[in-house]
Design a protein around this ligand. Structure first.
Ligand SMILES: C[S@@+](CC[C@H](N)C(=O)[O-])C[C@H]1O[C@@H](n2cnc3c(N)ncnc32)[C@H](O)[C@@H]1O
Length: 189
């Protein structure tokens, strides 16, 4: 991560915190209305979890969650939300720069892996490889589709190409966003 980026993220999260009460637990955007696709529990990973609204939602559904983000400010907000919702013991918060890959302790296998509004194509094979048999992958990234090209945006078809080895349940690209919901095979090869 480039120098100063961590501080910039901390400042952004602090500004959101000061602007009003934390968002409550929320399902990942790509799953809204289709929450039934999420397994009934197990282990989950939330990559670039921000202030933890998805991680806490997963914990409230019975998962034990590894939640990773570079911002200590964001993680403190997530830990506070988890405590207030009575699931503080079900989330492990990892302050970690994902440019170096995932924390060594986040080895999986995971029954659900979520990554929302953070894009690092180098992590795509890692995330797919961490899924348990039948594990669910839920991704949302910024996209060039219906928007301008940019280094932080997925090119058209990027998610479908990267995760073609999984069973793709839903893939949408529009309005500058790409969403993918996919499931690992019942038996991992
Ligand atoms: C747009 S926010 C999305 C947060 C959350 N997933 C959500 O949907 O609300 C992007 C998150 O990625 C984190 N982040 C950015 N670069 C990172 C890095 N190199 N390693 C770990 N986290 C990073 C930021 O702190 C921020 O919380």
């Amino acid at each position: 991560m480039a120098g100063g980026d961590r501080e910039r993220w901390d400042a952004r999260h602090r500004a959101v915190e000061q602007a009003g009460p934390a968002a409550g637990p929320m399902p990942p955007d790509a799953l809204r209305g289709r929450e039934h696709l999420v397994p009934g529990g197990g282990r989950a990973l939330d990559v670039a979890c921000g202030r933890g609204s998805v991680a806490v939602w997963l914990a409230a559904r019975g998962f034990t969650v590894d939640a990773v983000d570079v911002s200590e400010v964001a993680l403190a907000g997530g830990a506070d939300l988890a405590e207030r919702r009575g699931v503080g013991d079900r989330v492990r918060w990892w302050a970690h720069d994902l440019d170096a890959g995932l924390p060594a302790a986040c080895t999986g296998p995971y029954d659900a892996v979520v990554c929302q509004r953070f894009r690092d194509p180098a992590l795509y094979p890692v995330l797919a490889g961490l899924l348990a048999p039948s594990g669910l992958l839920v991704l949302t990234v910024l996209s060039e589709v219906d928007d301008a090209p940019g280094v932080f945006r997925a090119r058209p078809g990027e998610l479908a190409d990267a995760f073609g080895g999984l069973s793709v349940l839903d893939h949408r690209e529009r309005d500058g966003e790409a969403n993918l919901v996919a499931r690992a095979a019942e038996v991992r090869r």
